[in-house]
Design a protein around this ligand. Structure first.
Ligand SMILES: [Zn+2]
Length: 287
């Protein structure tokens, strides 16, 4: 799927342009340029790089240390609970400069937050939603999907998703809360807001790992009803594929032939990897 590849490539480029090292090199070149301009210039003309390199490395190390200290000084993390989490999610969406990631297995956030996401998408913020595969069947999810994809929000799904993370360019909220109106209004939830660079980066790379996972695929609701089947061992929603009727993570721990569910309809039935269908579907589907 070229779309996924493109998105992953963009993520990597962004990671590079935002790294402390990239910025240290740029600042180092600027400082060296300003303070040692004539000196460097002469050395370079004479191809005496051995005199330039130690200065460059020294400045680079100092700049890196200063940037690291600055990011430590300006960062903090704080716990948030229950409905206060809603505000943090709003803030993360509002404060994004380039990108927003919404990682939530279950999604049905109501109009206010949907409008907010649409508004940011129209401002050219790159928004990625990762949800659990079984959401594809639900009407409320499909409505949300249809409204957001009209504005270039990209959706991915994964059958094993359980993480809930809301994240923009510089801050991440890790929480128990799904993006569901019911959770936002009534549930007892906890979370932690992180904007310390190292924690933030670890969370962001966890999101990239989810996107890169073999089980993650680009969500396409038009094909959803025909493309989805059930894992014959766990009944999870997975891609419909009679040659691979078992969720990958389940297969890793249980390689036996036996299954308990029909790959097509999910009904309890003695199935096998070679014949993953119930009576009703074994003939129809394979044709
Ligand atoms: Zn069946």
């Amino acid at each position: 799927m070229p779309n996924i590849e493109k998105q992953r490539k963009n993520l990597n480029i962004r990671k590079f342009t935002k790294s402390k090292y990239t910025w240290s090199v740029i600042i180092t070149i600027l400082i060296d340029n300003i303070y040692y301009k004539s000196y460097h210039f002469q050395e370079i003309i004479k191809l005496k790089f051995s005199n330039v390199i130690p200065w460059f490395l020294l400045t680079f190390a100092l700049v890196l240390i200063v940037l690291k200290l600055l990011s430590k000084l300006t960062s903090n993390s704080r716990p948030v609970f229950n409905q206060a989490i809603n505000n943090e999610i709003f803030e993360i969406i509002d404060r994004a400069n380039n990108e927003i990631f919404i990682v939530s297995p279950y999604i049905d956030p109501g109009n206010t937050i949907t409008e907010k996401i649409i508004k940011r998408a129209k401002e050219n913020i790159q928004i990625t939603v990762i949800h659990k595969t079984d959401q594809l069947q639900k009407d409320e999810f499909q409505r949300f999907y249809n409204r957001l994809t009209a504005t270039n929000v990209v959706f991915y799904n994964n059958p094993s998703l359980h993480s809930k993370i809301y994240c923009n360019d510089s801050e991440a909220l890790m929480t128990s809360m799904n993006l569901l109106t019911s959770s936002m209004e009534n549930s007892i939830e906890s979370g932690i807001m992180l904007n310390y660079k190292d924690s933030y980066k670890a969370i962001r790379s966890h999101i990239v790992d989810i996107l890169n996972s073999d089980q993650t695929s680009l969500t396409n609701i038009d094909n959803a009803s025909t493309d989805l089947g059930y894992c014959i061992k766990s009944k999870q929603r997975i891609n419909f594929n009679p040659k691979k009727p078992v969720a990958f993570h389940v297969y890793k721990v249980d390689r036996s032939q036996k299954g308990q569910y029909c790959h097509k309809c999910g009904k309890e039935y003695h199935t096998t990897i070679n014949n993953p269908f119930c009576d009703e579907h074994s003939i129809n589907v394979q044709k």
